[in-house]
Write a protein that binds this ligand. Structure first.
Ligand code: ADP
Length: 485
């Protein structure tokens, strides 16, 4: 892998703890593999709780000085980090594709997307305004300040190895917090490469640590039980989110949770069908279906069902599956055999209940975890994917009759992250957008992610928002100062 990089020093294979590059106390390391080939790319240190505690302590010390600096000073350092990420976009993308599998074009996009949060929050950090409130008595003056919450622990998944960390670290650091990141064990190299650049940008020693570990549960416990950590920020499954919330409860720790989704994608009969097909493809098959905002259930109104199914199949049939490093690849491998097994299980369940596979349906090749993009028609609410996120390249098409029915179907889930619909009638657009119980609604678009808007879910999809001016609030506390004059 290092031979492919124009700057091989970005390929860091030690942990970044308190400003130093170190091994685990035990000396243990674990493998990072390429899902396209199954080959071991590198090994990285398998850090434990003791090392995590040291990272937390270093962050506590560094954070005091960091918080005391001006926002402009912090912004300048973050801006340098952003510039370095963009200057090294290609190398970062290559590392990302190697360990995670997504096509290189998507990886380049992810680096730019991740970096955009650093740029945005560097700017936004200067605009963390407090308020003055008219007093409740003649002698009282009331002032409200926003202060950084302190040390933040972060746990992130493998599907966006760069952006998930950037989205959390940027607002935390801009707010004046210290940050300890435990990247997913599948994708530590992207996180460590970000640390190389943060270090180069001049971030103070100890403020940021990146600790790879195979022991997610142990690190999670350290974050929740160490009294210095005042905030936990997590992206991953609802199942693990619940565990972490329960673990964080005894310390009454502030938590941000970006959890699972089960996104509905609704095509009404007045939709522009070609645009809907294009949106469905971007929304369903980006990252090979492995995002928490990917369409999981596609609802198509009776009158346009057959036409939409036909157009979608024709477009999906043109997609190329292959190694993400090769130009022209639309769909890379899935992250693991387990991920393939889940797609297979959802397909088997659907066909046993009367669904028809109209495209794809099978694993591909002798190596790697490649899967054909798949369409199932005749999907019904008793099938597994109507309640469970597939996280793979499977598009089930459900048929519906009217607005009321589809809103009820779309909302009939414990999740509430992203939702999408295509329609032209203005009154319908307003009514449906307001009725969908989701944190995010894409109308006539399949792509909703941007640093300038608040990303996050309702119901069991999470707590808090990332991005936008709201994203920094989750890393701050309000202090009300009451002055008697
Ligand atoms: P995914 O299916 O995206 O891997 P998970 O919720 O299983 O979703 O994983 C998200 C992140 O949480 C990963 O980095 C994983 O290693 C970590 N994780 C898994 N179990 C725990 C746990 N009990 N405590 C803390 N982190 C965990």
């Amino acid at each position: 892998l290092s031979k492919m990089l124009s700057d091989p020093s970005l390929l860091a294979t030690q942990a970044y703890l308190a400003g130093d590059w170190v091994e685990a106390d035990t000396g243990a390391r674990f493998d990072v593999t390429n899902p396209a080939t199954g080959e071991v790319l590198e090994t990285v240190p398998d850090m434990g709780r003791a090392e995590t505690a040291r990272a937390i302590e270093a962050a506590r010390i560094a954070q005091k000085d960091w918080a005391a600096r001006t926002a402009k000073d912090r912004a300048q350092l973050l801006r340098r980090w952003f510039d370095l990420m963009m200057a090294n976009q290609e190398d970062l993308a290559i590392i990302l594709t190697a360990e995670m599998g997504k096509p290189l074009t998507e990886a380049r996009g992810e680096i730019a997307y991740g970096a955009s949060f650093i740029e945005w929050f560097a700017e936004e950090g200067k605009r963390v305004y407090g308020e003055t409130i008219p007093g409740h008595a003649p002698d009282k003056r009331i002032m409200v300040q926003k202060q950084p919450i302190g040390v933040v622990g972060s746990i992130t998944p493998w599907n966006f190895p760069n952006a998930m960390i950037a989205r959390k670290a940027a607002p935390a650091l801009a707010a004046g917090c210290g940050f300890v990141a435990r990247p997913a064990s599948e994708t530590p190299l992207s996180a460590l490469a970000m640390a190389v650049l943060a270090d180069r940008a001049g971030l103070p020693k100890g403020l940021l640590s990146v600790i790879p570990s195979n022991d997610a549960a142990g690190i999670g416990k350290e974050f929740c039980e160490n009294p210095t950590v005042r905030k936990l920020t997590f992206t991953g499954s609802t199942q693990v989110g619940r565990i972490l919330l329960a673990q964080a409860a005894p310390q009454v720790m502030k938590c941000s949770m970006e959890l699972g989704g089960n996104a509905p994608f609704i095509v009404f009969d007045d939709a522009d069908l070609d645009a809907a097909v294009e949106g469905a493809i971007m929304c369903k098959f980006r990252n090979n279906g492995q995002t928490c905002v990917c369409a999981n259930r596609i609802y198509v109104q009776d009158g346009v069902y057959d036409a939409f199914a036909e157009k979608l199949a024709a477009a999906v049939a043109k997609m190329t599956v292959g190694n993400g490093m090769e130009e022209g690849t639309d769909l890379g491998p899935l992250i693991s055999d387990k991920a393939v097994a889940k797609v297979e299980a959802h397909i088997a369940d659907a066909t046993a209940k009367g669904g028809q596979i109209t495209l794809g349906g099978a694993r591909m090749g002798n190596e790697g975890t490649f899967f054909e993009p798949t369409i199932v028609t005749g999907a019904t609410r008793d099938m597994a994917f109507s309640t469970d996120e597939t996280f793979g390249p499977l598009a089930p098409l459900f048929r519906f009759k009217d607005e009321e029915e589809v809103i009820a179907l779309a909302n009939n889930t414990i999740f509430g992250l992203a939702s999408y619909f295509y329609a032209k009638d203005l009154s319908r657009v307003y009514k449906v957008a307001e009725a969908l119980e989701y944190g995010i609604v894409g109308v006539n678009t399949g792509i909703i992610s941007t640093e300038v808007a608040p990303f996050g879910g309702v119901k069991q999809s999470g707590l808090g928002r990332e991005g936008s001016r709201h994203g920094i609030e989750d890393f701050m506390e309000l202090k009300y100062i009451c002055l008697s004059v």
